[in-house]
Design a protein around this ligand. Structure first.
Ligand code: NAD
Length: 411
């Protein structure tokens, strides 16, 4: 996972012909903090959990990045995810740097009270390194709006005044935005549509398979379907579903909410993981975990594009295999940037006290995603590089300029 991000940064530095001191500086993270988080369970048992906050770079503004709660959370993975945030925010021209946080535990059976205590404890333990002008956490895997509201509340209580801009992804009643829920999927669908259109393709009637049917997978599936793209297969952690005529996404979202599964006989046929990989479709969308597309899987995929809705879903070896097969990759720092873009709107509105209508928020997001996609596509054409390299070229240039302006030795 480290490889794919740092090697793209390295190629951007080579193209930009910037100093190697600066390149070494930006390959490192600024600060990595680990805290023990005690969690009192409802039955009185006390768990001692590992909590992390990794801050990569803040040359362009306060650190910004999600908090994920998952048993696989570890420092090296969070470092890569923090770096991705720096490059993503720079690509979208958001005035933020990059960070990522995590708690190592499986929260799937936690009660609401346990989730409340976990969020509050995390905010208190990491209070010294968080804050609206320092580092602003948002939601990621297994973290919802309620938890982000509790984090903002705990941080505010510690500093003695209400600071809604200390966390994003909050419930609307605490200054969050309704549109945040669908933002990543909505933005990703706009990126897909724009790239395909610029490539001279007809979007309507294309087919697509999606791995991961959580926040991003569901919203993306819905918006792709609205554009006339047929979602023919969906795989999540427990089950898979195939329907070559196109899955009824709205019905599936409702059913998954009730059963936590995607295999429902009335909506299609059950699909094994092995068969899922071999399904022919125009688009393959990894929207679950990092490193899920390995070189072995890349060999079996039968698609024309891989749309990286998850963060770092394709390994470096898989990237090479996909390139050899002529499969285009639309990179994560572009595809899934809609989420942090709306988090920026939330932070900005919390600070200014302004209110924007949902229509204005959605349109501003869509315009920014389209504009950035067009610019990345044109850069790729101009320099004859991949979309990933074009995206990194823009992001690395902006962060380098800011870092050089701050530190005299960086030039
Ligand atoms: P989520 O927790 O809502 O959903 C994750 C989905 O992945 C679930 O459907 C789960 O069943 C599935 N999954 C887990 N392991 C799997 C496996 N081995 N095979 C197939 N499916 C599996 O998470 P999310 O918010 O949708 O995030 C998904 C990805 O998108 C992550 O990489 C996250 O970092 C990235 N991302 C999310 C956002 C956001 O706004 N939520 C923004 C940017 C990037």
């Amino acid at each position: 996972m480290t490889g794919i991000v740092d090697s793209a940064v390295g190629r951007a530095f080579a193209l930009l012909d910037r100093s190697s001191v600066l390149s070494r500086r930006l390959m490192e993270v600024d600060r990595s903090t680990e805290c023990l988080i005690p969690l009192k369970k409802d039955d009185g048992e006390i768990l001692f959990l590992k909590g992390f906050r990794v801050q990569h770079n803040n040359a362009r503004g306060p650190y910004k990045g999600g908090l994920r709660i998952h048993p696989s959370v570890n420092g090296p993975e969070l470092e890569v995810l923090a770096k991705l945030m720096t490059w993503k925010c720079a690509l979208l021209d958001l005035p933020f740097g990059g960070a990522k946080g995590g708690i190592r535990v499986d929260p799937s059976n936690f009660s609401r009270q346990e989730r409340y205590r976990l969020a509050t404890e995390y905010a208190n333990r990491f209070f010294d390194v968080l804050g609206p002008g320092t580092d602003i956490p948002g939601p990621d895997i297994n973290v919802d709006a309620a938890m982000m509201g509790w984090i903002a509340t705990a941080l505010s209580e510690r500093c003695g005044s209400w600071t809604p801009d200390s966390a994003s992804g909050k419930p609307p009643s605490l200054g969050g935005l309704d549109v945040r829920e669908e933002a990543t999927g909505l933005g990703a669908a706009k990126v897909v549509e724009t790239v395909l259109r610029l490539n001279g393709e007809t979007v309507h009637g294309m087919s697509c398979v999606i791995e991961g049917f959580g926040n991003v997978g569901q919203n993306l599936a819905q918006h792709l379907s609205e554009k006339g793209i047929k979602v023919v297969a969906i795989q999540d952690s427990r089950s898979g579903l195939l329907n070559t005529k196109g899955i009824d996404i709205e019905a599936l979202i409702a059913r998954k909410r009730q059963t936590h599964r995607v295999d429902h006989a009335d909506l299609g046929e059950t699909l094994s993981r092995e068969r899922f990989d071999a399904i022919e479709a125009d688009l393959f969308v990894p929207a679950a975990l990092s490193d899920s597309v390995t070189s072995n899987r890349a060999e079996t995929l039968k698609c024309r594009y891989v749309i990286e809705a998850a963060n770092a879903p394709v390994t470096m070896e898989a990237e090479n295999s996909l390139a050899k097969k002529g499969i285009g990759i639309v990179p994560d720092i572009l595809v899934n940037a809609g989420g942090v873009t709306v988090s920026y709107f939330e932070w900005f509105l919390n600070r200014s006290g302004e209110g924007w209508s949902s229509d204005r928020l959605r349109q501003t997001l869509l315009d920014r995603m389209e504009e950035t996609t067009r610019s990345v596509w044109e850069t790729a054409r101009k320099h004859r590089v991949t979309l990933r390299d074009a995206a990194y070229l823009s992001a690395v240039r902006k962060v380098s300029e800011a870092q050089s302006a701050k530190e005299e030795w960086s030039e």
